[in-house]
Every structure is written in structure tokens, then in C-alpha cells.
Design a protein around this ligand. Structure first.
Ligand SMILES: Cc1cc2nc3c(=O)[nH]c(=O)nc-3n(C[C@H](O)[C@H](O)[C@H](O)COP(=O)(O)OP(=O)(O)OC[C@H]3O[C@@H](n4cnc5c(N)ncnc54)[C@H](O)[C@@H]3O)c2cc1C
Length: 396
């Protein structure tokens, strides 16, 4: 009998990596989590406060169905792991729908997705009186604390200051990782390096990009909103003496330095949108408040990338094979690294989506029965980009 206990290596200790560790823990897999930084959640997952709520579209799409299911899954984990007692947070998110197109989209979305009122309902935001969708269990929370608490509960073996440099699949099916801390063998490898995905030669073909975002930390005001308010930008509820105003978006210029003019323009946007709320606030110069710059990882179609990693070095691109496929009206066959999964491209919604995405990823690598519809599965799979590239003749 094979007594070998299966081992997984998870690369990246952000919310994605922590979520994968949780899914592996559920299955009793021995897990080593490595991160090139000195601790967890130092990058995109390190903002002081973020918001958790689902992204909805007017009609049911794979994107919105996934997001809604992910939000409901997040709430179940939140409750089961009693995260509410461990992670600083405030309940309640109002998504303002004062523009005609957002009203049209969101009010239809509630019906088309048959959303119950404990998840979302139409309600005016109480301070401004603006029409809104209210998510009573939506949250303003600390992403860093969320990541840390998930890791505390799952308790993987951790190796910080340890960077994955390269990895190879061996003939015996094992995977050998070359790290700055030496070689690490494993049975399963999970890649969740966020915007640093490009350092990995086997996944750098993925159409992902790094997108800069800046947030502003405002000292808690009195009186203030006790719930998060979204209106394009977002103002979180206060936690531990601060509230966060976020977030800017720039996919072209990526410098780490603070842009003071961005702080000011977010602030002006808030005054315009919520004058009743901020009129009594005493904030003489927002340029003096702390900011944080971090980077989202966004895929070409803005969907998350969740699934078994294709091995593009083994794709048969010979003219003979390609011509035969086209003649037979068949699609290209994609080879995979069967024991290597990727979770990336979480964009601006990693807090809401990562736990569910990790559960889908791990269950599919372990060949368990499907937990999502084929439509959602295909929407998430990394190979969707290869099929598109192949159809456009961009692979040959
Ligand atoms: C400004 C801003 C505001 C946001 N606000 C929200 C919000 O309100 N709600 C929401 O849901 N989402 C929000 N997001 C998105 C969310 O923060 C991200 O989707 C999420 O944090 C991504 O997590 P991750 O684990 O994929 O990446 P990261 O947190 O960046 O983690 C990747 C980790 O991999 C490690 N790593 C990289 N390369 C290697 C290597 N070779 N070896 C070892 N380790 C490696 C890094 O050190 C890092 O710790 C926001 C993002 C930004 C930028």
C-alpha cells in the first residue's frame, strides 16, 4: 500500500494562496506555503480596508453567477470559521444606483438572479437618501487580517523570504520546485503569485496585466457612515480609527510613489457624491493623509483565472495536425500539467471571489465531482485564452 502522504506547495501568501491552503486543509493535504516576502498579505491583499460584495450583471451571465455564488460561499466560510470574531469588519454595503444605467442594470439583476432580500434588496442609502442596492451582509473588512486569520486556522507550514524561481514536472509525476531556499519536491503545485506571475516561465503566456491602484486612509469622522458606500469609488465603514477611500485605476503608469493629485480627486469625487455626509467633517488637507499603492492582476477578459495549468510547450502546432483539426471541424487539444493549478487574475474582487475560486480549483485538480456548472467552469479556466488565440490563428 502506498503510505506516501500527498504534499502540496502553494506559492503566494495573499488572499488567493490562503484560500487555496484552506481548500487543501479540508482534504487533509500536507501543505507548504511559500512567499518571497517576509510575511503574508504584503501586496494586493495588504490594504487596510476593502469591501466584499458580489458583482452583478443585468442578465444572468457566467460572470455574475460566479460572483454571486462566490459571495454566498464567502458568507458560509465566514460563519463556519467564525471569522466575524477574528477579523475587524462592519456589515452592510450600499451600492448607489443613482445613474439610470446602473439602476436599470442592478434592479433587473435582482430579479434575473432571483436574489433574496437577505443577500440584496433595493433600499435608499440612509445618509444621502440616494437609491441603492443594499447588501446587508456585504462587508468592510481588513484584507490583511482576513488573510492572516485564514492562514492561522489552516496552519500550513510556511516559508517566507522564499521565492519560487522555477519548477519542473518529473517523470515519476512529482513536481520539483527550485526556490531561493533550495529544492522542494511536491505532488501538487498551486500558483497564486498575483502580479508577479511573469517571473514564472510556464505561466507568463497568460494574458494578465498589472494594474495600479491607490487608496486614501481618512481618520474616522464623527458622525460618519457605519456601512460601506460604493459609487464608482468606495468609502468603507471605519475600522480601527480609519476609513478608506478607494480606489484609483491605472493600467499604464505603474509607479509606486503616491500621486497626491489622485488623493485630491478621489476626495472631490466624494464631496460631490455625498455632500450631506462630509459637510461636517474637519479635514483641512487630504494630501496629508496616508495612502497606499498596490497592484491588481487583471486578465484580458477581466475574469479570474482558475484551473489546471496548460502546458503550452506540448501543444502540437504542426501544420499537418492543425490542417487535420480544421478539416474535421475539431478544436485544438490542450495538454496540461495535471497536478499544477493556478489562481490569479482576481482583479478588483479578490476578497469576494478567492475562497470559492480556490475551492473550485482544488476540487477540480483532485478530480472531484463538479461543484459549478460547465458554463462557470469554462468561464474560469486558463485554457479559454488558448482556444481564443487558436481560433484567431495567433498560436501558429
Ligand atoms: C487598490 C486596490 C483596492 C482593492 N480593493 C478591493 C476591494 O475592496 N474588494 C475586493 O474584493 N478586492 C479588492 N482589490 C483586489 C484584491 O485586493 C486582490 O484581488 C487580491 O488581494 C489579490 O490577491 P492575490 O493573493 O492574488 O495577490 P497578492 O495579495 O498580491 O499575493 C501574491 C503573493 O505572491 C507572492 N509572490 C509573488 N511571486 C512569488 C514567487 N515567485 N515566489 C514566492 N512568492 C511569490 C507575493 O509576495 C504576494 O505575497 C483591490 C486591489 C487593489 C490594488
Amino acid at each position: 500500500m502506498n503510505q506516501h502522504k500527498k504534499t502540496a506547495i502553494v506559492v503566494g501568501a495573499g488572499i488567493a494562496g490562503a484560500s487555496i491552503c484552506l481548500a487543501l486543509k479540508k482534504r487533509g493535504i500536507q501543505t507548504i506555503l511559500i512567499d518571497s516576502d517576509s510575511g503574508p498579505a504584503e501586496h494586493a491583499s495588504g490594504n487596510p480596508i476593502g469591501v466584499v460584495y458580489p458583482f452583478l450583471t443585468k442578465h444572468k451571465t457566467a460572470e455574475s453567477e460566479f460572483s454571486l455564488q462566490a459571495f454566498i460561499y464567502f458568507l458560509s466560510i465566514w460563519k463556519n470559521l467564525k471569522l466575524g470574531t477574528l477579523v475587524p469588519h462592519k456589515d452592510g454595503i450600499y451600492f448607489l444606483i443613482d445613474k439610470e444605467e446602473s439602476f436599470d442594470r442592478y434592479s433587473h439583476a435582482l430579479r434575473s438572479h432571483q436574489i433574496l432580500s437577505h443577500i440584496a434588496s433595493e433600499n435608499d442609502e440612509p445618509i444621502s437618501g440616494i437609491r441603492a442596492i443594499f447588501f446587508p451582509e456585504g462587508k468592510s473588512l481588513s484584507p490583511k487580517d482576513l488573510t492572516k486569520q485564514i492562514l492561522n486556522i489552516t496552519n500550513p507550514k510556511t516559508k517566507y523570504n522564499c521565492k519560487l524561481v522555477s519548477w519542473n514536472e518529473l517523470e515519476n509525476g512529482e513536481i520539483l520546485c527550485q526556490t531561493t531556499d533550495g529544492q522542494l519536491p511536491c505532488d501538487y503545485l498551486f500558483l497564486s503569485q498575483g502580479y508577479q506571475f511573469e517571473d514564472d516561465p510556464k505561466s507568463k503566456w497568460l494574458p494578465l496585466k498589472k494594474v495600479r491602484g491607490q487608496i486614501l486612509q481618512i481618520p474616522e469622522q464623527n458622525p460618519t457612515n457605519t456601512h460601506g458606500i460604493l459609487y464608482g469609488d468606495y468609502l468603507t465603514a471605519p475600522l480601527q480609527g480609519y476609513q478608506v477611500l478607494g480606489a484609483t485605476y491605472d493600467e499604464f503608469k505603474l509607479e509606486e510613489e503616491t500621486r497626491l493629485e489622485e488623493s485630491e480627486s478621489m476626495w472631490e469625487g466624494l464631496i460631490q457624491k455625498l455632500p450631506t455626509l462630509v459637510s461636517g467633517w474637519n479635514l483641512p488637507n487630504v494630501r496629508l493623509f496616508p495612502t497606499r499603492v498596490s497592484y491588481r492582476t487583471q486578465s484580458q477578459d477581466r475574469g479570474p483565472i482558475v484551473g489546471k495549468l496548460p502546458d503550452i510547450s506540448k501543444i502540437d502546432l504542426s501544420i499537418k495536425y492543425q490542417n487535420r483539426l480544421k478539416k474535421d471541424g475539431k478544436e485544438i487539444k490542450i495538454p496540461y500539467f495535471e497536478q499544477v493549478g493556478i489562481l490569479n487574475g482576481l482583479g478588483s474582487r479578490g476578497l469576494t471571489h478567492s475562497l470559492y475560486a480556490a475551492e473550485i480549483l482544488v476540487s477540480s485538480i483532485f478530480k472531484e465531482p463538479d461543484i459549478v456548472s460547465e458554463r462557470i467552469f469554462k468561464y474560469l479556466q486558463p485554457d479559454r485564452f488558448l482556444f481564443r488565440m487558436w481560433k484567431r490563428d495567433q498560436l501558429t
